[in-house]
Design a protein around this ligand. Structure first.
Ligand SMILES: [Fe+2]
Length: 365
């Protein structure tokens, strides 16, 4: 057996951990750029909380509250200019996958002068980015422990592009489940299904290895129990805690193996129809399942046995039946029954070409 498991991010997990932000930030300099979305972080009082903790430790800060869902190059460019103008030393990223990924790309643009497109792909970032402290407010992206960022290429074809580089691992991650208590069921569902697809794809990936597989199956098991519970009862702190833990585990393993074709297939649907990233993965998962099952029947059955406690062995080993069980689970986990996407045949063929073009490239986040 041989493998490499690289995770340089220091993880702080538990209720109330967000309050450590001041003490942690102090280690990395005098002034932080706090990168976040346009409304919810302020509305929910998270920015006020961070402001208080930073002030307590004498860390100066500026807010950049402009990150949109599926962030664009235009926005991160503005963020990088603002970082320089405000003479910041570090970035604190607060929010879902969009804010965390945008903060990473802002970091690249601050330190790496070439056009951003030259960093698309794997291992192309030359200079270290400013220290990044990641504080996720959803349980799904895993971006707080991955070397990946996804950005919409608004300067060219409006397609989502992946940057994968070890420079993008945050220095520290604060995972506080209390921050996810106010998430509405639809966001809990979309992000939870994203975490599930990270764990499933990592497990099925040809790049997986015994350690990553063990962690991935544990993430799948936990999501099987707690995602439907958190969708049903948003204030269930135990469910929120375990979901955040599972999302962390799933992030840890896609950081090692990358995702698979399921993520690649989802990107055009998110870019062109604005369907949330995790929901797209959920919509595609049952068909992906049925079509790919025969390639690795044992691995597929193990996934379904972990996700659905008590499923009979014969059902777990049947591609059609297990796909139906997964579909049923996804609906219990909040996935809409009739997603209703109207795609013209011509568009479908364009997407298929795009997916084939990206096949084999790393697909994440
Ligand atoms: Fe994802």
């Amino acid at each position: 057996m041989e493998f490499a498991f690289y995770l340089p991010t220091k993880v702080h997990f538990g209720q109330g951990k967000v309050k450590k932000v001041g003490k942690i930030a102090k280690k990395y300099g005098e002034k932080a750029l706090v990168v976040t979305g346009r409304t919810s972080a302020r509305k929910l009082g998270f920015l006020e909380l961070i402001e208080k903790e930073l002030k307590k430790e004498g860390v100066k800060f500026s807010f950049f509250e402009k990150i949109e869902p599926n962030p664009s190059i235009d926005t991160v460019k503005k963020g990088a200019e603002f970082f320089k103008q405000e003479r910041c030393d570090m970035i604190i990223a607060l929010g879902g996958g969009s804010s965390l990924d945008a903060a990473k790309v802002i970091g690249i643009m601050v330190k790496n002068p070439a056009p951003l497109s030259s960093y698309f792909g794997k291992n192309k970032v030359k200079e270290e980015i400013p220290p990044l402290i990641a504080i996720p407010t959803t349980s799904g992206t895993g971006s707080e422990v991955t070397p990946y960022a996804v950005i919409t290429d608004t300067e060219n074809d409006h397609v989502k592009k992946v940057i994968a580089d070890p420079h993008l691992f945050p220095k520290e991650a604060l995972l506080d489940p209390e921050l996810t208590i106010t998430l509405p069921p639809s966001v809990t569902s979309d992000t939870g299904i994203d975490a599930l697809s990270h764990a499933v794809e990592s497990y099925l990936s040809k790049k997986s290895f015994p350690l990553s597989q063990t962690i991935a199956l544990e993430a799948i098991r936990i999501i099987g129990i707690y995602l439907p519970r958190a969708v049903k009862r948003p204030d269930d702190l135990e469910a929120r805690t375990y979901l955040m833990y599972a999302s962390l585990l799933a992030g840890m393993v896609i950081a090692q193996t990358g995702a698979t074709i399921l993520h690649t297939m989802g990107y055009p649907l998110t870019s062109n129809f604005n369907i949330p990233h995790g929901r797209v993965n959920g919509i595609l998962l049952p068909s992906f399942w049925e079509k790919s099952f025969s390639g690795e029947p044992e691995k597929f059955s193990k996934v379904v046995a972990s996700l659905l406690e008590g499923i009979e062995d014969s059902q777990a080993k049947n591609p059609v039946k297990s796909a139906l069980f997964i579909k049923e689970f996804l609906h219990k986990a909040g996935l809409p029954k009739n997603p209703n996407i109207n795609i013209e045949e011509e568009e479908l063929s364009r997407f298929a070409h795009e997916i084939i073009k990206n096949k084999g490239k790393i697909a994440v986040s």
